[in-house]
Design a protein around this ligand. Structure first.
Ligand SMILES: Nc1nc2c(ncn2[C@@H]2O[C@H](COP(=O)(O)OP(=O)(O)OP(=O)(O)O)[C@@H](O)[C@H]2O)c(=O)[nH]1
Length: 462
């Protein structure tokens, strides 16, 4: 019988170790714990080890020197298989690094060699209620400096994305969200955090805790995990799918990375993944009533549908779809001066002067990353275009521009979506600029596959 696994994620200091220690003290199960921390000194491992030695004596294995998800991908599999061969236990908890991406870790237990002895039960993300509220819910212009002169940074040689992005990725890819440190927020603030999390991640169950106090059943043997559902569950992704479905299009279609096939679904993720058709995977679109706010704006010829979740605390989900490229500098200036209350924005951008590159824009709290995550199919030879299009019959295709388009999801709190749309429209090329030489624009956007450029909002860096 395979051993069930719970993967525990959450930002540094959110309370993962506290929760884990409480779990180990409150259950008779034979739990092995694998702790991964970035950095040489593995304080958490020592802590858990000391605790567990005193209580039940569970095994603790510490993975050091880096992050499970990227550099130690193979090592994680090897470690857990070695653990399974050499020790006797009936449950495994992996405490992931505070800056790790959960999806690659989860995939190792589903498709990797660790999928044999193990069975992934759930991915649990611990959120620090106080910090989450301050970062994503409280934002007001009073707390921010004057808009800076836009100054994109990058390309980022490390290929790394902003921290806020990773934090929200942990929220967006999980089965259970534990809102911890609720003693540090008011009831109203706690409710706002819960409402925001439910919008960012409509599929996960959300529970609130102080010092990670939860019944063991909430964390063990929940059988919540479903890889495909988890991969498609982010609120921004659902909004894009729903918007595309309404117009009978393929919203998260695949682009091709030069040469090799690369499944790309607009999530800005640098890891390779299975080639599947994300649009038709199982997921529901029931995140509220939907209505149309009217026709196209300005010079755009795109849709203008708004998708609303239940409007609690002014939280709104919207989509922006245009088939006209952004002016690179106007877009950068806009990204450096985003409206207060914007929580999350993500999706594909078409930027003039980057006719090959499908660029994923991702905003999470304070900065926007622009990353080349694929190649527009329209930039290939006729023959290859035909080949790719046969494989994606729902792909929305413009006679002149092919699959080039901008399709963004926006999640905000108390923001004027119409104004935001109008400002985005102001970043699109004018009719005159459409006729100009686009390569003449000064252009900070990235060019190479996987290359990332970051634009800070309000001059702050997280
Ligand atoms: N006030 C308050 N403090 C908490 C709570 N939960 C944990 N803490 C404290 O927050 C600090 C960080 O908790 P940890 O459990 O070490 O957090 P972690 O997520 O394991 O941190 P890393 O291992 O650094 O990623 C510790 O000092 C805990 O005692 C809580 O609900 N309320």
């Amino acid at each position: 019988m395979s051993v069930p696994v719970t993967v525990l994620c959450g930002e540094l200091g959110a309370g993962k170790t506290t929760l884990l220690s409480g779990l180990l003290e409150s259950t008779d199960r034979e739990i092995a714990v694998l702790v991964n921390d970035v950095g040489a000194v593995n304080v958490d491992a020592d802590l858990v080890e000391a605790r567990t030695d005193l209580t039940t004596g569970e095994e603790v294995l510490a993975l050091e020197n880096g992050c499970i998800c990227c550099s130690l991908g193979g090592e994680l599999s090897r470690s857990v298989i070695q653990l399974w061969k050499e020790h006797d236990f009936d449950y495994l908890v992996v405490e992931a690094s505070g800056v790790g991406e959960p999806e690659p870790i989860a995939r190792q237990f589903v498709r990797g060699p660790a999928g044999g002895p193990y069975d992934l039960d759930a991915v649990v993300t611990v959120v620090d209620a106080r910090r989450f509220y301050d970062r994503f819910a409280a934002g007001s212009s009073d707390e921010r400096d004057d808009p800076p002169i836009p100054e994109p940074q990058g390309p980022d040689e490390t290929g790394s994305r902003p921290l806020g992005d990773l934090l929200l990725e942990q929220v967006e890819f999980c089965d259970l969200l534990v809102v911890n440190k609720c003693d540090l927020v008011s009831d109203d603030e706690r409710e706002q955090v819960v409402a925001l999390l439910e919008t960012l991640q409509p599929r996960a169950e959300v529970v609130t805790t102080e010092y990670g106090a939860l019944e063991p059943e909430a964390l063990l043997d929940s059988e919540r995990f479903d890889l495909e559902a988890a991969a498609e569950s982010a609120g921004w992704k659902r909004a894009i799918e729903s918007d595309a479905d309404e117009s009978g299009e393929d919203g998260a279609h695949e682009h091709e990375a030069d040469g090799s096939a690369h499944s790309h679904d607009g999530d800005g993720h640098g890891h390779s993944r299975e080639n599947h058709d994300p649009v038709h995977d199982e997921h529901d679109h029931s995140h509220g009533d939907e209505h149309d706010h009217g026709g196209p704006h300005g010079h755009s010829d795109g849709d203008h549908d708004h998708t609303h979740p239940p409007e609690r605390y002014g939280i709104e989900v919207d989509t922006y779809h245009r088939r006209r490229p952004f002016h690179p500098q106007r877009l950068a200036a806009f990204l450096a001066d985003l409206p207060d209350g914007l929580v999350r924005a993500k999706g594909l951008c078409w930027i003039a002067g980057r006719e090959k590159q499908a660029i994923t824009a991702s905003y999470a709290g304070s900065e926007t990353s622009l990353e080349v995550t694929g190649r527009w199919i329209a930039s290939f030879s006729e023959e290859r275009q035909a080949q790719y299009r046969r494989g994606q019959p729902d792909l929305s295709w413009d006679e002149e521009w092919g699959d080039r388009e901008t399709r963004l999801a926006v999640i905000g709190r108390n923001i004027a979506m119409e104004d935001l749309q109008a400002r985005l429209d102001g970043c699109l090329l004018t009719d005159e600029e459409m006729e100009a030489d686009w390569t003449a624009f000064e252009n900070p956007a990235p060019t190479g596959m996987g290359e990332t450029v970051t634009v800070s909002h309000g001059g702050t860096n997280s």
